[in-house]
Design a protein around this ligand. Structure first.
Ligand code: ADP
Ligand code: MG
Length: 455
């Protein structure tokens, strides 16, 4: 393959992936040689190589083939003298963090914040709790005609709002590089606004923000109570909506629940599509962990994770994805430093503080409530004396769960079940254990309840 052919492929890539992605990922790679139908590239770090291979590999292969190059496979290896990222940064194998170029910053006329290269749709794991938000974000990222305006994403900390917004921006930059896409936090918006006021340069502030095609403002709850910023935000917002420009907003709660937000702003925010990101469930947490492991593995091929570790983490760290990720990063760093397999024991050692902090206490009352709901019996029957099977069985299930999901002793559990003797509790637990051997329906019920309670 000649330099010229590669040059043409590069030009085509620049067009299809967008300038920012191009600068960040493609520019740093160097074509080295074509040998036995394998195209070899030099990359500054293994991470960049992995990323390019994963995200643009197919495209590069197609383009090469389209230019008449006979090529079966791409190989990316760190340039001689270059470092494997592991060596550069032994304590934080936390992935993708570093960006070779600074996306978004190379358009000095746009007021946006830089995008995090890790936050793409490819790396976003979809599950029940975020399916709707993800679908809405995808739709916006298609860059087609505006169907809902604004898209309002809300949800608790660390559930992926910022990730989705960046993903929209990346995707749009790839598909519609001509669009002016601006992402920034409400705080940055305010900062810009205050600066413009101070510099008596409101004109350029207004022109600037009214010239964007897609405006994304993150954590908009921040401007609640900041009157003049709200006012300006409202005008910007209206001007863009009037021009049929897409707006994406995020907040930590629903528009109706943001205090000190002007009524007219609130109602405008509610005009579009309001979607929430629900707290993660066990399945989603597990999938996220599995995905992260695949990413880390590429840099730490020798690392072994014992069975049950990921499941344990997904069960125990329920607060938010950021904490979950942090835990995994720490485990990998620790394990790779000491060269040990990641076992449950290592997890307990290494993450004692995280585990303690997220040790959400499940109460016996909660268990009784959920079980009663599930089996459609009265809560009072949980502690009452009735002995008919339809009531006694759910009660035993609740005892069983109380034993397994709390640290309460049998006598304590007995007291919470209407002052029953600890031997009654023990009997109930044994009964359930026994039934679980044969009754698959009961097993499912219990698993479901456990998940509900631990979510
Ligand atoms: P928020 O803005 O809602 O507080 P972020 O978008 O910053 O949360 O997400 C926190 C961290 O969790 C980020 O590193 C993000 O990549 C990760 N994360 C959240 N949800 C997901 C998901 N569904 N798949 C993969 N990573 C996720
Ligand atoms: Mg955020």
């Amino acid at each position: 393959m000649t330099e010229e052919t590669w040059g043409r492929v590069l030009a085509e890539l620049r067009r299809t992936v967008g300038q920012n992605n191009f600068t960040t990922w493609i520019e740093p790679i160097r074509f080295a040689e074509l040998r036995n139908d394998v195209a070899h590239f030099e990359v500054p770090t293994t991470f960049v190589g992995n990323w390019v291979s994963r995200n643009y590999g197919d495209q590069i292969l197609r383009l090469l083939a389209g230019s008449g190059v006979k090529v079966k496979r791409l190989e990316f290896s760190p340039a001689a003298g270059g470092t494997a990222e592991a060596a550069e940064e032994p304590v934080r194998p936390a992935r993708p963090g570093r960006r070779p170029g600074r996306p978004a910053a190379e358009e000095p006329d746009l007021p946006g914040a830089p995008l995090d290269a890790r936050f793409t749709f490819e790396s976003f794991v979809v599950g029940k709790p975020n399916a709707l938000a993800h679908a809405a974000a995808r739709r916006v990222a298609e860059g087609g005609p505006v169907t809902f305006n604004p898209l309002f994403l809300y949800g608790g900390v660390g559930l992926g709002k910022t990730h989705l917004m960046h993903a929209i921006a990346w995707e749009l930059q790839g598909r519609r590089p001509e669009l002016r896409v601006v992402y920034l936090s409400a705080e940055q918006f305010m900062y810009r606004f205050v600066q413009a006021l101070r510099d008596k340069d409101m004109m350029s502030f207004k022109t600037l923000f009214r010239s964007v095609d897609v405006l994304m403002v993150d954590d908009v709850q921040f401007i609640a109570g900041k009157d003049s910023t709200q006012e300006e935000f409202f005008h910007t917002f209206n001007a863009l909506v009037d021009q049929n420009k897409q707006i994406v907003i995020s907040a930590d709660r629903a528009p109706g629940e943001i205090k000190d937000l002007e009524e007219r702003i609130r109602s405008r925010l509610q005009c579009g599509l309001v979607v929430d990101l629900h707290p993660t469930d066990y399945e989603l947490r597990l999938s996220i962990l599995q995905q992260k492991v695949v990413m880390y593995r590429e840099d730490y091929p020798g690392l072994v994770i014992a069975p049950g570790v990921l499941e344990f983490l997904a069960h125990r760290i329920t607060s938010n994805v950021r904490v979950l990720e942090g835990a995994l990063t720490r485990l990998f760093a620790f394990a790779s430093l000491v060269g040990r397999e990641i076992t449950l024991e290592l997890v307990q050692d290494c993450l004692a503080d995280v585990l303690r902090a997220s040790d959400r206490k499940i109460t016996i009352e909660e268990i009784q409530r959920k079980v009663a709901e599930h089996f459609n019996v009265r809560l009072s029957d949980m502690i009452g004396p009735k002995r008919v099977r339809t009531i006694a069985r759910p009660r035993q299930v609740a005892m069983y769960l109380a034993k397994h999901l709390t640290t309460r002793s049998l006598p304590e559990i007995g007291r919470r079940f209407g002052g029953r003797d600890h031997t009654t509790i023990m009997h109930g637990i044994r009964k359930v254990d026994e039934l679980r051997q044969t009754d698959s329906q009961l097993n499912e019920d219990i698993d479901l309840l456990r998940r509900l309670l631990e979510a």
